[in-house]
Design a protein around this ligand. Structure first.
Ligand code: HEC
Length: 203
């Protein structure tokens, strides 16, 4: 915490309050929550940035069919790189998954419900949320929305190129991640933060 200026700390605490505490047990001191948000947001932002840069590059070089290769193979490697840099475990999860390995576990399902409920009630998708899982883990979630370039691989059958569809059919026979529209809630980036990393220095 000592590297944080006072102003930044106040901002973080305010942000953490907006993030709302959830999950079992639920109790989280504002100081811990601020650290969970700080570490989680840094990792999620890094992942988003690296995926978008690389996806855009792959699409420009070879179009969606070659970008599929990127999503199936390199995305995992890029994610592992961000995990190593940040020292934190990261996952992408959603109710309508393409790869069954990205299906939500129980706390993730609860987080997805939280985002969906707030969206349904207020018309606005929350940007982030934090959760305590058991005694040893905190989770930070950041929402992902569908943007126009995503439709080439997650849109309707008219929007997906037949060459891309053929690869998707072969690799993901039970694909649930199609028929999205721009602005739809696509899923969450989940960052797992070990409790000892934030509780040791916080409140
Ligand atoms: C070039 C095709 C392509 C584009 C463009 C694309 N995706 Fe994907 N996406 C995939 C593939 C393939 C997977 C499955 C990756 C795997 O096997 O883990 C995937 C998986 C995902 C997942 C993980 C959950 C799941 O369904 O398995 C999320 C979240 C996701 N994409 C969001 C997005 C968003 C948001 C965009 C736009 C910014 C986007 N994708 C653009 C092909 C694409």
């Amino acid at each position: 915490m000592d590297h944080l200026s006072r102003g930044k700390l106040v901002t973080l605490v305010a942000l953490a309050m907006c993030a709302c505490t959830g999950g079992e047990g639920g109790e989280m001191s504002p100081a811990v929550e601020a650290q969970v948000v700080e570490a989680g947001a840094a990792a999620a932002d890094a992942l988003k940035g690296i995926l978008i840069t690389n996806l855009t590059g792959a699409m420009q070089q070879g179009g969606p069919a070659s970008a599929i290769e990127f999503c199936s193979t390199s995305a995992g490697a890029l994610m592992a790189g961000v995990e190593a840099d940040q020292g934190l475990e990261i996952k992408r999860t959603t109710t309508r998954y393409r790869n069954p390995a990205n299906a939500p576990d129980q706390p993730e399902a609860e987080a997805l419900r939280h985002f969906e409920t707030v969206l349904a009630e207020t018309g606005e998708l929350p940007g982030e949320w934090v959760q305590k899982v058991g005694r040893g883990e905190y989770r930070y979630y950041q929402s992902l929305s569908v943007a126009p370039p995503c439709l080439k691989c997650h849109g309707t059958s008219e929007e997906i190129d037949p060459a891309v569809q053929a690869i998707l059919d072969e690799r993901y026979p039970d694909d649930l991640a199609m028929d999205y529209a721009v602005g739809d809630f696509r899923g969450l980036i989940r960052v797992s933060i070990p409790a000892d990393r934030v509780e040791a220095t916080g409140g």
